[in-house]
Ligand binder design. Structure first.
Ligand SMILES: [Zn+2]
Length: 257
């Protein structure tokens, strides 16, 4: 798999190769401009596709030997959405993982404790979840992540080991902060696009497309159609002979310290 280290090596080689040939200036400029654009494209790909494992190895797919999948919800807790999700998951007897935004926890502590009591797993999704989170210094990110841990500990007494980066964006600074905090970086294998889908049918189609062993599905608490399609999703998953298991079980690792 192409990762940041090998990519750097390959591009350093590609940088020096023209020095061994007698190329015209125009050709040389074209070559370096193209090389630069390709390099930037590879970095962007590595940053935005958590499954690329480009900067850091993420846990984005679980046990492939079992007919089982796991579901995850990002951005909660949210008073208007999360209780409905929890009710539905409880009635369907389905465990899930919730990646929480630290600043949403104050005032919603009972909701967070309810997640734990009902057998769901909690992970850190940063405290601030700002749009520019990944452009911060690694120290700033680390402090933000710790602040989210503090909120989760305050609400549940549990220190999370799972961290999912806001927007799934990874770069060398995010990697450094994750490593400093000793987190497991958690990704997903199926993105439902439930926050910007045009219809419930679209979310259902995306969430079930190419469903396979070990898949980790990304939903959001506040997805416009998420709660509406969840029963149908669970029904269809079961009709295809898949079991919905907890994230710890599918990843075979613990969620807390
Ligand atoms: Zn998020």
């Amino acid at each position: 798999m192409l990762n940041a280290r090998y990519t750097r090596l390959i591009f350093v080689l590609l940088l020096v190769i023209p020095l061994f040939f007698h190329l015209e200036n125009r050709t040389l400029i074209c070559y370096y401009v193209c090389l630069f654009l390709v390099y930037i494209s590879v970095l962007v790909y590595g940053s935005y596709f958590i499954q690329s494992d480009f900067f850091i190895r993420s846990l984005w797919k679980g046990d492939k030997t079992r007919n089982a999948i796991a579901i995850t919800f990002d951005d909660g807790p949210m008073k208007d959405f999360t209780p409905h999700l929890l009710d539905l998951l409880k009635s369907e007897k389905v465990p899930a993982a919730f990646f929480l935004i630290g600043k949403n926890i104050e005032g919603n502590e009972a909701l967070v404790q309810r997640m734990v009591d009902e057998g769901h797993v909690i992970g850190n999704h940063s405290y601030s979840h700002t749009f520019w989170f990944s452009l911060n210094k690694s120290e700033t990110m680390y402090n933000d992540m710790q602040k989210c841990d503090d909120e989760i500990i305050r609400a549940t007494g549990k220190k999370p080991k799972f961290f999912r980066p806001p927007y799934g964006v990874i770069n060398p600074m995010v990697k450094k902060a994750i490593e400093k905090g000793n987190y497991d970086c958690i990704g997903w294998s199926i993105r439902t696009y439930d926050t910007n889908a045009k219809s419930a049918a679209q979310v259902l189609q995306k969430s079930l497309k190419n469903l396979g062993n070990g898949d980790i599905i990304l939903f959001h608490d506040w997805g416009k159609f998420t709660i509406g399609i969840l029963s149908e999703f669970i029904k269809e998953v079961r009709a295809r002979d898949f079991e919905i298991v907890g994230l710890e079980e599918i990843l075979k690792t613990k969620a807390y310290y």
